[in-house]
Design a protein around this ligand. Structure first.
Ligand code: FES
Length: 110
């Protein structure tokens, strides 16, 4: 299997994003989100300052539970495409990362 296994699909609850830190030559922080039967991944990096979105582990949602949120500035991002609707980076988007589900595993493609 090419790519990097992040977790098993069973470890991702619908609508509950999780953060991952990958070490190695190219360290990467990312957010995984299972939504409507799909698994989405974004780089955990706000488009305007480059900081991580969360203050506490896996706390990526706003109080409504509908949007990904920057804990520092309250910017809101649509979970389906990472687009920033409100905040200092409005009009920009989180960087989407290619993930697939193979044999029950969530895999970050090369
Ligand atoms: S760092 Fe960009 S909205 Fe907070």
């Amino acid at each position: 299997m090419s790519g990097r296994i992040l977790c098993s699909l069973d470890e991702l609850a619908e609508g509950e994003p999780r953060g991952f830190s990958l070490a190695g030559e190219l360290p990467l922080e990312l957010i995984l989100l299972r939504r409507g039967g799909q698994v989405l991944a974004y780089r955990n990096r706000c488009p305007h300052t480059g900081i991580n979105l969360e203050w506490l582990p896996d706390q990526f949602l706003d109080h409504s539970g509908r949007y990904l949120q920057c804990a520092t500035h309250g910017a809101l991002f649509r979970p389906e495409d990472g687009y920033c609707l409100r905040g200092p980076c409005a009009g920009y988007a989180l960087e989407a990362l290619p993930v697939v589900v193979k044999e029950g595993q969530v895999v970050l493609e090369e």
